[in-house]
Design a protein around this ligand. Structure first.
Ligand SMILES: Nc1ncnc2c1ncn2[C@@H]1O[C@H](COP(=O)(O)OP(=O)(O)O)[C@@H](O)[C@H]1O
Ligand SMILES: [Mg+2]
Length: 272
């Protein structure tokens, strides 16, 4: 049985002055639990939008195994926005597009809900649809410890695949077993928890630091050789200078002698 949900193949995307992703590859399998990490502004949200078909990649393609993939999407905008009316337009549009009906949304009391409650309500509604893939863009931003615990429980009882964006190490360790890093346009897959990923990154940094230290030491050695050689050269130059002066005097002296000898007519058969 084929357990592939989607394949992102050779995805590249740029905005003016910013390369978001270059030749990115990612396969999502049924039941996968993946955390997407990267600095703010690296392009994580844009990557989600490409998976959802809202943003076209410049190159490459996203291929879904099913003709009608069931995707639940929790956008970042709703948790970031402080504007009350955002709930009724952008977020509602997103939710209805990815499974939720407008009526279902209207039956939720969103008007008086806090950011955390909105996330909870929206997620409950999304999960009821039992999508095969859940895309969560920074879902923990407005959740307190209890809300976070609630979300962890929801995800552990949900059987579908999850791709989520988060900066919360503890939350990631509780929810995912694969990390995808987006860094300077490069998408890299690390199997294991966030802690495994962090350890690998530390190792990489130490490895680079060691290589850098070694290189610096080598540069230092070469520099001291250069210093030594230039001191030696300067000294040799000075000595050569003295010798040169002495030699010049000597030459002038012998010249004088020769002239004297010639004028005395003692040199015979000398070439002209
Ligand atoms: N429609 C757009 N047009 C131009 N630039 C955009 C657009 N959408 C996002 N960006 C820029 O692309 C970069 C990545 O944005 P985003 O995907 O939101 O990053 P992240 O979610 O990792 O913080 C940012 O520099 C952002 O300003
Ligand atoms: Mg984002």
């Amino acid at each position: 049985m084929n357990n592939i949900i989607l394949k992102a193949k050779g995805i590249s995307k740029s905005f003016p002055g910013k390369q978001i992703i270059k030749n990115g590859e990612l396969t999502i399998l049924k039941g996968d639990r993946i955390g997407l990490v990267g600095w703010n502004g690296e392009g994580k949200t844009t990557f989600f939008q490409m998976l959802l078909g809202q943003v076209e990649p410049d190159e490459g393609e996203i291929v879904y195994e099913s003709d009608h993939p069931q995707i639940g999407y929790l956008p970042q905008a709703v948790v970031q926005s402080r504007e009350g009316d955002l709930w009724s337009n952008e977020f509602a549009r997103q939710l209805s597009r990815f499974g939720l009906q407008q009526e279902a949304l209207e039956s939720l009391d969103m008007e008086h809900a806090s950011g955390g409650e909105k996330v909870k309500l929206a997620l409950s509604a999304i999960l009821q649809k039992n999508p095969e893939l859940l895309l969560l863009d920074e879902p923990t931003n407005h959740l307190d410890a209890k809300g976070m615990q609630w979300l962890e429980e929801q995800l552990s009882s949900y059987a579908g695949a999850v791709l989520l964006i988060s900066h919360d190490r503890y939350f990631l360790d509780q929810t995912v077993n694969e990390i995808v890093e987006l860094n300077k346009g490069k998408l890299t897959v690390y199997t294991g928890t966030y802690s495994d990923y962090a350890a690998k990154k530390r190792e990489e940094r130490q490895h680079h630091q060691k290589a850098y230290d070694k290189q610096q030491k080598h540069i230092g050695e070469i520099q001291s050789q250069i210093d030594h050689l230039s001191r030696w050269a300067a000294k040799a130059h000075r000595e050569q200078g003295k010798k040169g002066f002495a030699a010049e005097i000597k030459m002038k002296e012998s010249d004088g002698v020769r002239k004297e000898k010639r004028s005395a007519g003692t040199i015979q058969n000398e070439a002209p």
